[in-house]
Design a protein around this ligand. Structure first.
Ligand code: AMP
Ligand code: GLY
Length: 423
């Protein structure tokens, strides 16, 4: 198969690598890709968010399968557009991608499907007074979320009523996130460890299969301090999560959600990313995403021993999925971010040590936000590199990942030092 990976971050680098290693795949293209994918695939220019442009590229290059990384092209309908040309596309159609495109709609689907989730209410432009009043009714702490896409940064979790009020005002006015925040969801704060369960779906609610569980570290600072980010590190497997727990989530949450969607005429394909909190009263669904998690993908895909190309093609074609198998080795990834991330990342700093880190056994350095300028690799985004390492235990994988990350430097590099610590 000739496969096009859409996107240009660490997740897409990990997907491109997994696909390049798949016996079913003869050629990998990345649109637009990044300097890391250039080593294993052909990078091609494409307006990834424009479904028509992607479908044209797939036609022009005779692509058999498009694997979509980020959410925006999915929300814009890239799977619909590519499928309409008779080609396979891995991901949900736009109607299904709305699960991530609108948190208010996602909550409505969860409630209709009877899936346990945080108590919540949705507010729109004229509702500021009602939203502020609802905050007062919440015990403990406050969670305010943009309805629309905000690159993982549209969620405020705080114990401060004032901070929650400020979020409500700045979201509803459009000051903070433009239209994405003019509708918002306020919900009760939940506590407990988080779990990311990526589920591969083939359009049949009974045909969906989970990938290995992963845990992600969302806050910028050690000890979960500071603002939310897209994710600062991850590990898999998660010793806290056994097969019975995964089976329960599939039975009580994912299955009912897929059936609810099917009832609304949406045959969901691709990855359904269930973001759960394991609360004292059982698992509750925080959110669904409609794609691989980033950086969860960078710890799950390196552990996959099943042919990734075959898995994605079966899901996209609506065929029964092949058996999904993983190495018993653990994988840990540490995100290296630029100074100022997440608020205002500085870019253009020269990066050193990537080749040395990548040469370590069992280590993969995935590029997330890099660029080549006159032969130098420089920072080009908030999350710059994701350093993944395999090892016989989470602890061993962790020390390999940090040893490799220690070889990489640039001015202002920030990273957490406690990813997968004590697991
Ligand atoms: P979301 O984008 O909805 O997953 O939210 C991003 C992150 O905010 C989650 O991974 C949690 O760490 C946190 N979060 C979201 N909703 C809640 C909640 N109801 N209670 C506590 N933390 C939450
Ligand atoms: N790591 C969180 C996400 O991909 O949304």
């Amino acid at each position: 198969m000739r496969v096009l990976v859409l996107g240009g971050g660490g997740r897409e680098h990990a997907l491109a690598r997994g696909l390049a290693d798949s016996p079913s795949v003869t050629e990998v293209l990345c649109g637009p890709g990044n300097p890391g994918t250039a080593g294993i695939a052909e990078n091609v220019e494409v307006a990834a968010d424009d479904p028509g442009a992607v479908a044209d590229l797939a036609d022009a290059r005779g692509i058999d399968l498009v694997v979509v990384g980020p959410e925006q092209p999915l929300v814009n309908g890239v799977v619909d557009a590519v499928s309409a040309r008779g080609r396979l596309a891995f991901g949900p159609v736009a109607a299904g991608a709305r699960l991530e495109g609108s948190k208010a709609w996602m909550k409505e689907v969860l409630v209709a499907a009877g899936v346990p989730t945080a108590a919540h209410r949705t507010f729109g432009a004229g509702d500021e007074a009602a939203a502020l009043a609802f905050l007062e009714t919440l015990p403990g702490f406050y969670v305010v979320k943009t309805d629309g896409l905000a690159a993982g940064k549209g969620v405020v979790v705080t114990e401060s009523l004032d901070e929650a009020r400020d979020a409500v005002r700045s979201y509803l006015s459009g000051d903070a996130f433009g239209d994405a925040g003019r509708t918002l969801v306020i919900e009760e704060g939940l506590t407990g460890p988080e779990l990311s369960l990526l589920v591969v779906c083939n359009g049949d609610p009974d045909g969906a299969r989970p990938l290995a569980p992963a845990q992600d570290f969302k806050r910028i600072g050690d000890g979960d301090a500071g603002p939310n980010t897209g994710g600062m590190g991850a590990y898999s497997p998660v010793p806290l999560v056994d097969d019975a727990l995964v089976d329960g989530v599939m039975r009580d949450a994912v299955g009912p959600t897929l059936r609810e969607l099917a009832g609304r005429g949406i045959d969901y394909g691709g990855v359904l990313y269930a973001g759960l909190m394991l609360t004292p009263t059982g698992p509750k669904m925080l959110e669904y995403n409609v794609r691989f998690g980033d950086p969860e993908c960078e710890v799950v895909v390196p552990r996959l021993t099943t042919d990734l190309g075959e898995l994605c093609a079966a899901a996209a074609a609506g065929r029964p999925l092949p058996d999904i198998r993983f190495t018993p080795d653990a994988c840990v990834t540490v995100v290296l971010a630029s100074e100022g991330y997440p608020a205002s990342p500085r870019t253009g700093d020269v990066i050193t040590g990537v080749a040395e880190a990548d040469a370590e056994p069992g280590v993969f350095v995935f590029h997330a936000g890099t660029r080549l300028v006159d032969g130098d690799l420089v920072t080009a985004g908030g999350r710059v590199l994701t350093v993944s390492a395999l090892g016989p235990t989470v602890a061993e994988a962790r020390s390999r990942a940090y040893a490799a990350a220690d070889r990489i430097a640039w001015r202002g590099l920030q990273r957490r030092s406690d990813i997968a610590a004590g697991v």
